[in-house]
Design a protein around this ligand. Structure first.
Ligand SMILES: Nc1ncnc2c1ncn2[C@@H]1O[C@H](COP(=O)(O)OP(=O)(O)OP(=O)(O)O)[C@@H](O)[C@H]1O
Ligand SMILES: [Mg+2]
Length: 330
């Protein structure tokens, strides 16, 4: 099982849309995929599922079929994680359903982090809960790939989601906020990796599957939709110019030279994705990825060409990420 988390503590850069589209794209490429909604905002779940289905999965009271529901016995101290429900989306695609209640696990995930240094068994059960749920969901679907969506912050839920990630893809926009985000995120990722390495070996629970916590940076995706259109082109170019250097310095912890690559020549740049404008709302309305839109969904005239462009762009991105993460495409 390969796990890839799409992460940036800057909000609204396109993490959820990427996971959604790439999940469908990998499924189309013949890879069995689980998409995991580990963001307490649960936006990924609402992209995949209509309101009636969400209402059924989120009844009043307990939610046994969400990711939070599967953690509940452990959080309540009455058992371990339950077998998670995986919502079937397509032949090759299943969803670990998100839950607004997931934010309630923040304090427990936070308080168990220091306790794992003292070799407390419960700490390892709690901190590995996401990882074990992903493993069990992937096994149930015979999935070779898990794509993880997380919220825009550096909190304890995300730390647990990130230690479950073998690879990390960073979507970002060419603007001040994204580059500042990168400067916070990079060192934090490196801290988490080091701190988890220190803890891993202290796990006293025999037979408990805990993550390796590699969090290997797979590269970044420049999201042009997140650029503010009221700013001059020059500002855009200035931020574009800085991305390769800031990524190297902050995320990889490597020294940089003044004559480094541009985004266009940077091997760490996985793609620059266009603003697909009116295609995204059409896709959301039709509850389909943009590249699957048909004339009956409103993709007529110029939209039809744009649909083909999105297919080409997302296919190329899926192939690039697979290459960086050592994922075999059938
Ligand atoms: N390539 C794109 N073209 C056009 N619109 C896009 C594109 N990617 C994302 N969007 C739109 O931008 C908005 C933010 O995207 P999304 O929700 O995926 O970001 P996010 O990083 O997951 O946000 P959050 O930090 O809140 O979780 C959404 O309205 C989405 O439809
Ligand atoms: Mg999101």
């Amino acid at each position: 099982m390969k796990t890839i988390t799409f992460f940036n503590n800057k909000g609204g850069v396109g993490k959820t849309s990427l996971v959604y589209h790439l999940a469908y794209m990998y499924a189309d490429l013949g890879v069995s995929v689980v998409a995991a909604d580990l963001d307490p905002q649960a936006n990924l779940s609402s992209m995949f599922l209509d309101e009636d289905r969400l209402e059924a999965l989120w009844p009043d009271g307990d939610h046994p079929r969400t990711i939070f529901g599967a953690m509940q016995p452990l959080l309540d101290g009455i058992g371990d994680i339950a077998q998670p429900h995986v919502e079937p989306i397509d032949d090759n695609l299943g969803l670990l359903v998100g839950d607004l209640g997931l934010s309630l696990s923040e304090s427990e995930l936070s308080s168990q982090w220091p306790k794992s240094m003292d070799r407390e068994p419960r700490a390892f059960r709690v901190l590995s809960a996401f990882w074990r749920l992903l493993e069990s969901a992937a096994a149930a679907r015979e999935a070779g790939l898990v794509l993880i969506d997380v919220g825009p912050n550096l909190g304890a839920v995300n730390r647990a989601a990130l230690i479950a990630a073998e690879h990390v893809v960073i979507p970002l926009a060419p603007d001040l906020y994204s580059l500042q985000g990168l400067r916070n995120l990079g060192p934090r990722l490196r801290d988490w990796r080091g701190e988890w390495r220190e803890r891993r070996d202290r796990n006293p629970v025999v037979g408990l599957s805990i993550p390796a916590g590699a969090m290997a940076p797979a590269g970044y995706v420049v999201m042009q939709h997140a650029v503010r259109l009221d700013r001059p082109v020059r500002a855009y170019e200035r931020w574009m110019e800085r991305i390769p250097r800031v990524y190297r310095e902050a995320v990889l912890g490597e020294p940089v030279s003044p004559d480094g690559p541009t985004v266009a020549t940077d091997p760490h740049c996985l793609a620059t994705l266009k603003h697909y404008r009116s295609l995204m709302p059409l896709a959301q309305e039709a509850r389909k990825p943009m590249f699957a839109l048909k004339p009956a969904d409103g993709a007529i005239g110029g939209h039809a060409q744009a649909v083909q462009d999105t297919f080409r762009d997302f296919r190329a991105l899926a192939v690039a990420i697979a290459g960086r993460c050592g994922l075999h495409l059938p």
